[in-house]
Write a new protein. Structure first.
Length: 435
């Protein structure tokens, strides 16, 4: 028996009926108006999709099924650790209901049962040079597993539309189970001369991932539990989530949809920001000649960066207008577990300096740190210093949210996504009446 699938089926069936009734009565209700600047500006802020698993509030930050990060830290099961288990968050995102210890232990074991990497995936990765970027290998690895897609096989056999969610669920569960193994295989291939580490099935999902990477410090286990929880979802409009949603709407398999989303995550304007932050901090250290600068020295380097026409990496956000709760969660983790680390202290001093500098410019909507401003410093502290791998960590976590949301898209019968586009000539002629 699969208790998670049964619970998801029950809540999704009820939600499907509610949504259909709502659309029948209120389907013509206007929910937004689009400005020309939004059409030319990356569709920023246009309300145009449904994403059940999380919502981003400009003031409160991310809420997973209505729960803030501090609430999740309090309410989600922790297993043998001090931080919430990602298994619990996946259960919550999929069903809308908080799990108990029994639920998450079942899910941990279920993921262990599904977790082996296929032979073809190992062959694909082994055939690539070690100089290949980890995110490229991650995308290739996910794509190589698509041969195992339950969704693709059942669709080819004539699956009913009402069964799409079931097949998607099966693929999502297997993908999530395998991703830590895939990511660890890539890490050990690229950075550790192919010296791979066998899984430890006595550990939870995040801790086993840390173990396969080569980190067995209990504090690092707790970091991975927290990291993989707080990075798991960020509503549906961000580039990687939206890509998974878009590709999934074509009824491509979850494997191909997730690989597409990871290609989006690899971009410098999205998931690679965490790498750019830590590189910038070490540039700061090199420029100032000390890893224990005072705030005035930091202010000098921040201003130098701005004067050169660059942004301060890790600061600002498309939606948030307050410090990112994910940054705060990591800062509190560091204060609890890390006694005295100079790079971590630089992150904290930046938090005291950068917002005031950005505010003085008079044109920055959000001068506060986002999630990427802190993660690299903590990873470096524990010895994970290979910056190019950081976005893969992000991708393993983000898969939890986008695959849970994908199951909901299939359960609710979401159609092919197909917005209408305009040419600039049409804008001038038909909208602005410019001749």
């Amino acid at each position: 028996m699969d208790p998670l699938k049964e619970l998801f089926r029950d809540v999704a069936t009820q939600s499907y009926a509610e949504v259909r009734a709502m659309l029948k009565e209120y389907g013509d209700t206007k929910i937004d108006e689009v400005k020309l600047s939004q059409a030319y500006g990356g569709m920023r802020g246009i309300k145009s999709m449904i994403w059940e698993t999380s919502n981003l509030d400009p003031q409160e930050g991310i809420r997973f099924r209505g729960y803030t990060i501090p609430e999740l830290q309090e309410k989600l099961p922790k297993g043998d650790g001090k931080e919430p288990l990602p298994e619990g968050l996946f259960w919550l995102m999929l069903t809308g209901k908080l799990p108990n210890e029994t639920n998450v232990r079942w899910l941990t074991q279920e993921w262990h049962n599904r977790s082996g990497l296929p032979k073809q995936t190992r062959k694909v990765l082994d055939a690539m040079p070690a100089s290949t970027h980890p995110m490229a290998l991650f995308s290739m690895g996910i794509t190589s597993m698509s041969e195992d897609s339950v969704f693709a096989k059942r669709y080819a056999a004539g699956m009913r539309k009402s069964e799409y969610w079931d097949a998607y669920y099966e693929d999502a569960m297997t993908l999530i189970a395998r991703l830590p193994h895939l990511a660890a295989y890539i890490y050990r291939k690229v950075f550790k001369k192919n010296k791979h580490i066998e899984p430890d099935t006595s550990l939870d999902w995040a801790s086993n991932f840390a173990h396969m990477l080569g980190f067995d410090d209990p504090d690092f286990f707790n970091l991975m539990r927290l990291y993989l929880t707080i990075h798991a979802d960020h509503e549906g409009g961000n580039a990687s989530a939206h890509t998974v949603h878009l590709v999934g709407s074509t009824l491509s398999s979850p494997y191909l949809a997730l690989a597409s989303g990871m290609n989006a995550l690899a971009g410098p304007l999205h998931g690679r920001a965490n790498q750019e932050v830590i590189e910038w901090i070490f540039n700061l250290v090199g420029y100032l000649g000390t890893d224990r600068p005072d705030k005035e020295q930091i202010r000098t380097f921040v201003q130098k960066t701005i004067d050169s026409g660059r942004v301060i990496p890790g600061y600002g956000h498309a939606v948030l207008r307050r410090p990112d709760p994910r940054f705060i969660a990591q800062m509190e983790f560091a204060k609890k577990y890390i006694k005295d680390d100079p790079i971590v202290h630089i992150v904290w001093k930046l938090y005291e300096v950068v917002p005031d500098v950005l505010k003085s410019l008079g044109k920055v909507k959000n001068p506060w740190p986002n999630v990427d401003a802190h993660s690299g410093a903590i990873l470096v502290h524990y010895g994970l210093k290979e910056y190019a791998f950081y976005t893969v960590l992000f991708g393993v976590s983000r898969a939890l949210g986008v695959l849970a949301a994908g199951a909901w898209s299939r359960a609710l019968g979401m159609p092919l996504e197909r917005p209408k586009s305009l040419t600039t000539e049409q804008v001038k002629r038909d909208i602005l009446k410019i001749t």
